[in-house]
Design a binder for this molecule. Structure first.
Ligand SMILES: [Zn+2]
Length: 238
């Protein structure tokens, strides 16, 4: 006769392993139905991308799950992590990737610097995400009204001066804005510049042979996105 307690525990354990995307899970007594993922762990880059898209849809509709936040879930992550995506975003306080994509602890590896720039230290973090965490999906997340991008436009158009270290940020963003039409309205120009900056970050990443190989041989996906501050929606660039 089946022991119902064991069956329930086994079910929970199975769900725990599935959620974390691991094949063995030693944290037998730490599971809690409330803490389990409401969605299965993505098996590849496409599923990871779909999960982020669904999460953003929930966020926009104010129907976020807020899963993977409780103590019981965090306990499972003490000795391991297996995020299914890496997000390269801006430091802007209005653009927190975990909230925008409705994911929780351990779900995404995030690297945030003003203007979602690809500085040298960023590359080290991304290399870690690729070679140690093996996230199948990399997302560059820009956003409307980005101050770093606006400051770069100001520097180009008006030769505005910023403190030394902000200047070094601007220097990294500038090359990506070269092809823009600077005769359009400020609003349209900033909109175009934000997208151009996302594409520039992607282009810089693709300059690394390791990144090219990961896309070709390990079916890693690199996606550019722009977050709308007003609607909360994320536009996935083609
Ligand atoms: Zn920004």
């Amino acid at each position: 006769m089946t022991n119902p307690t064991i069956t329930r525990r086994q079910l929970l354990l199975g769900a725990c392993c599935l959620s974390l995307g691991v094949t063995s899970c030693a944290a037998t007594n730490k599971t809690d139905p409330d803490a389990l993922s409401t969605e299965p762990y993505p098996r590849n880059a496409t599923e990871a991308l779909d999960r982020l898209k669904r999460g953003n849809q929930r966020f926009m509709a104010e129907k976020s799950f807020h899963a993977h936040e409780k103590f019981s879930w965090r306990s499972l992550l003490v000795d391991t992590q297996k995020p299914f995506a890496t997000v390269i975003g801006c430091s802007d306080s209005r653009v927190p990737p975990e909230l925008i994509f409705d994911v929780g602890f351990g779900d995404i590896f995030t690297v945030r610097l003003a203007g979602n720039i690809i500085a040298e230290d960023v590359v080290g973090s991304l290399q870690y995400a690729g070679s140690h965490l093996h996230t199948p999906l990399f997302v560059v997340l820009g956003h409307g009204g980005c101050g770093a991008v606006a400051a770069t436009l100001d520097a180009i158009l008006h030769h505005a001066q910023e403190p030394e270290h902000i200047e070094s940020l601007i220097k990294l963003i500038k090359p990506g804005l070269r092809g823009l039409d600077f005769n359009q309205s400020w609003k349209n120009l900033l909109h175009a510049a934000v997208e151009a900056n996302v594409r520039w970050s992607m282009q810089q990443l693709l300059m690394f042979p390791e990144a090219k190989r990961a896309l070709k041989e390990r079916h890693v996906i690199l996606v550019g996105t722009v977050y709308d501050l007003k609607t909360g929606g994320v536009r996935f660039l083609s």
